[in-house]
Design a protein around this ligand. Structure first.
Ligand SMILES: [Zn+2]
Length: 212
């Protein structure tokens, strides 16, 4: 049987804290604390623009990949000139979203204005503000120029919970998530082992019957 620790090894490979100690002079002097995590982009899903159009707003799951938050509403206006002559151009770049119990990724559609020719993404806050309130409320995370954050984490911090308390909660949730996956893995592997044993027994029985 494979060791359960290998499950954790696969899971934690998705997001590794940066260990860079670069002291380049062009880095912002205001940066404090640990550097943001680097994410192996092979863990991101690669949807087509047709898939994003079909989903609109929702969550796309794919085995072995980070869950993908799709936020591609097309009913807004150009955030630059307020024109309604907008069209989908391409699949936007994906972002890492900090979430409980495991990070997700976010994707939007790169939109183009037929009037002023400018581009933006469907999860750009300026574009989102042009959408109906009911559509705005379907956003589950806040994206920035870098990574984004799930709204559940932001709400916790806004409610007065300290950063240290949120950190402990996240650690507990990650541990529970790991134990759940480990349990599922062991159960499935036991079933596979049983199937292999039964196939071997059947083959041996058939072979003996042929010999008789
Ligand atoms: Zn425009």
């Amino acid at each position: 049987m494979l060791s359960a620790s290998s499950v954790g090894a696969v899971s934690t490979a998705s997001v590794q804290p940066s260990t860079s100690t670069s002291t380049r002079s062009d880095q912002p002097k205001t940066a404090t604390g640990p550097a943001p995590p680097k994410c192996d982009k092979s863990n991101f899903q690669s949807p087509t623009i047709a898939e994003l159009r079909a989903i609109g707003i929702g969550l796309k799951k794919s085995p072995g990949k980070l869950d993908l938050i799709v936020y591609c509403p097309m009913s807004g206006r150009c955030p630059h000139c307020n024109s309604m002559m907008i069209s989908a151009n391409s699949v936007g770049s994906r972002k890492l979203i900090y979430a409980i119990p495991w990070p997700k990724s976010l994707v939007g559609i790169d939109m183009r204005c037929g009037k002023c020719k400018k581009h933006w993404l469907t999860h750009d806050p300026k574009y989102v503000s042009t959408l109906p309130m009911s559509v705005q409320l379907q956003q589950t995370c806040i994206s920035t120029k870098g990574n984004g954050t799930d709204l559940s984490l932001i709400r916790m911090l806004r409610s007065g919970v300290t950063v240290a308390q949120v950190e402990r909660l996240v650690q507990e949730e990650v541990t529970q998530h790991y134990l759940h996956l480990k349990s599922e893995y062991i159960t499935l592997w036991d079933k596979v082992t049983l199937c292999i044993m039964m196939m071997k027994m059947t083959m041996i029985t058939s072979f003996l019957l042929i010999l008789q």
